[in-house]
Design a protein around this ligand. Structure first.
Ligand code: AMP
Ligand code: ZN
Length: 112
């Protein structure tokens, strides 16, 4: 999708600091971090949200990068959270599937 922000990032049209990548996905820091570690993992292909995903191998590849980011930022043992906001009630604001990787501080449950 030409006008999609995360497609532009995936294509390299908008430069980001790539933290990890594989065939299906890449990880980069969130622009407005809400935790000491806050990265986003996006698929290279455009899926608007989790409900639109058709290739579930992509989800495994995205989680592999989430673990890699957690390891590289030193939060693998202290703990981290992976979140996919899907749709309006979940608070999704960018409609290209993305996985948040959050950690480096204690977090509450349930989420707000
Ligand atoms: P969500 O609310 O789950 O759709 O999350 C969208 C996330 O994308 C938010 O945490 C934003 O801070 C983040 N974001 C928006 N634009 C950018 C950007 N250009 N680079 C990195 N993160 C971004
Ligand atoms: Zn897109």
């Amino acid at each position: 999708m030409n006008d999609c922000l995360f497609c532009k990032i995936a294509r390299g049209d908008i430069p980001v600091k790539v933290l990890a990548f594989n065939e299906h996905a890449l990880a980069f820091p969130d622009l407005r971090p809400v935790a000491p570690t806050h990265a986003l993992v996006i698929p290279r292909a455009h899926f608007a949200s989790l409900g639109d995903l058709t290739d579930f191998d992509v989800l495994g590849a995205m989680h592999a990068l989430a673990v890699q980011v957690a390891r590289d930022t030193g939060i693998l043992q202290s703990g981290f959270r992976t979140v996919i906001n899907s749709g309006p009630d979940a608070g999704q604001t960018v409609f290209h599937l993305h996985l948040h990787v959050l950690g480096g501080r204690p977090m509450e449950w349930p989420p707000g």
